[in-house]
Design a protein around this ligand. Structure first.
Ligand code: ATP
Ligand code: RIB
Length: 286
């Protein structure tokens, strides 16, 4: 069983601020750093740090080779990442004193993935393999449909949410992981049962920030509280959670155990600055 994560790679331009800029306001930042990020790349990094073997597929521009090298250094297989002419995607991230963030994305190369690249990557995977997707690349519906035809298990984290997500073939999804904003956008409420009506065959995980996470499947329902920590930067918490949770499931852990470990990993992530760099290693959790 192999895991293919088809997802974004971003350069994160992070600005430490007193408060998140309000509409019409200009503020000075207190500090600036450049980090590796992108929900896709972060989730591949988290899978690898948790102990999974993961293939990442996606696209960067000529300025993105360092992101590819960074993923490779973490043990992610990068043979399906293409380097094209369009600049790498980037994120402008403000982080305030409470660790809260506000993010503006520029999709760049992430939105220029052609069907030839999708078909080529998927051709290496088969029944029993797992596909993980977020919502920062183009052609998600086509990827879900094609991967389903090949017999892959579909895991979807429709983040960031946009109304187009409602038109994705959600009935084909086997594992749906959403935060409260995504749940409300998809189902009108932070309610796993409402999400289950959209993805009837899926295991559903609703992440609740500092309140932990909730699991729902046709046979089981439970909540795991978050560990109490002082948040420095919550960027990447969801990605850390997803990488650890999915690695746990693929290592045959019970969903409850996988989620308890994911919650611990995500709590450690929020105590550190940055996205990919803040994902803890498995030995820190275990
Ligand atoms: P982000 O976009 O900030 O990466 P998200 O919005 O996708 O995250 P959240 O629900 O905010 O997802 O967080 C994911 C998980 O991270 C939560 O389920 C929780 O386990 C952990 N987490 C998030 N914030 C905190 C916090 N302040 N303290 C402890 N754990 C947290
Ligand atoms: O989930 C965190 C990520 O969201 C950041 O790394 C940023 O690139 C945005 O895509």
């Amino acid at each position: 069983m192999n895991i293919l994560n088809f997802g974004s790679l971003n350069i994160d331009l992070v600005y430490q601020v007193e408060h998140i800029a309000q509409p019409g306001e200009t503020i000075s930042s207190l500090a600036h750093q450049v980090f590796a990020g992108g929900k896709g790349a972060n989730q591949s990094a988290a899978l690898a740090r948790a102990g999974a073997s993961v293939f990442h597929a996606g696209q960067v521009g000529p300025d993105g080779q360092w992101l590819v090298d960074k993923l490779a250094g973490l043990g992610v297989n990068v043979q399906h990442i293409r380097i094209g002419d369009v600049p790498t995607g980037h994120a402008i991230i403000q982080v305030d004193h409470h660790g809260q963030n506000s993010i503006v994305l520029f999709a760049g190369a992430n939105a220029q993935i052609d069907r030839g690249a999708i078909d080529a990557a998927l051709s290496h995977f088969d029944r029993g393999d797992i596909l993980l997707l977020q919502n920062e690349i183009n052609d998600i519906s086509y990827i879900i449909t094609s991967a389903t035809e090949r017999g892959l298990t579909i895991c979807l984290n429709p983040a960031p949410f946009d109304p187009e997500v409602r038109a994705y073939p959600l009935e084909l999804v086997d594992l749906l992981i959403v935060n409260e904003t995504e749940a409300a956008g998809l189902a009108g409420a932070s309610d796993p049962a409402a999400l289950a009506s959209l993805c009837p065959r899926a295991q559903i995980v609703l992440t609740l920030g500092a309140a932990g996470a909730q699991y729902h499947s046709p046979t089981e329902e439970f909540h795991i509280p978050a560990s109490q920590v002082e948040a420095v930067d919550t960027t990447g918490a969801g990605d850390t959670f997803i990488g650890y949770f999915l690695q746990g499931l693929t290592a045959d852990m019970a969903a409850r155990d996988a989620m308890a470990r994911a919650v611990k990993a995500a709590a450690l992530c929020v105590t550190r600055p940055g996205a990919m760099d803040s994902i803890p290693a498995a030995d820190e959790i275990d």
